[in-house]
Design a protein around this ligand. Sequence first.
Ligand code: MG
Length: 298
Amino acid sequence: MCVTCGCGEDEVKIEGAPAPHDHDHVHADGSRHAHEHAHDHDPSAAHSHAPGIAPARRVQIEQDILSKNNAYAQANRQQLAERGIFALNLVSSPGSGKTSLLCKTIELLKHQPLAVIEGDQQTSRDADRIRATGAQAIQINTGKGCHLDAHMVGHAMAQLTLAEDTLLMIENVGNLVCPAAFDLGEAHKVVILSVTEGEDKPIKYPDMFRAASLMLLNKIDLLPHLSYDVDAAIAYARRVNPGIKVILLSASSGAGMDEWLAFLRDGVANAQAARQHTVAGLQARIAQLEAQLQTRSG
Ligand code: MG
């Protein structure tokens, strides 16, 4: 159940995986969580958005859902860090051009190991489009659910071959509200706003723009045909999140793509460096312990 709108997650399907409800979830450390899903199985909780649930009870349900999600997100994050994988959570309204942007990005990042998790309520159309580029992709269908959660993403990650130093792009369900509340274990949320939408979306949906580190203003090739105010859109985004980075781009003309690719390459390099730093630290510690052992035995 979604804390924001009360939507259901009873019909979740992940390509190649058993239904997330029906078996244990295996974490990076090998530990299993039997049937610990973000869905709250309390019968009253399934309808907590309906009138009649006491506000205190509703708050408790929301806290339970988010704390379970955060535990799964933390397990995902640890697994990603161990493998030096840079993961992004792409969020937007439906129709902002997320999948087209991903296809163009994959085409330009030829030699970068890359995988995509696609979230949609129904169909595998977007995952099919990604696979047509040659990249590996897994589709999650959320059924009535309006967002991805960390538990679903953990299952999808298990279906992918995630080599070290991979770039993992998670395309969330098109929705500017609910995905803001759910950490998936990603390094950053990236919000995509297209110039065919209203400039004022950042102040209408502030939670999402506050949660994102980067805003991509997409479809700028269409600006000559529109009366869109780019400066106003950026000002609104910075009103809710003064630190948000902004890149203007067009997946179809290629404008601005260099800056976006540089952001991705930096993220991949940083994740890789962090992994190597951890490995070097562990190697130094092992050498230290071995030396101590030799001293004692000698
Ligand atoms: Mg899409």
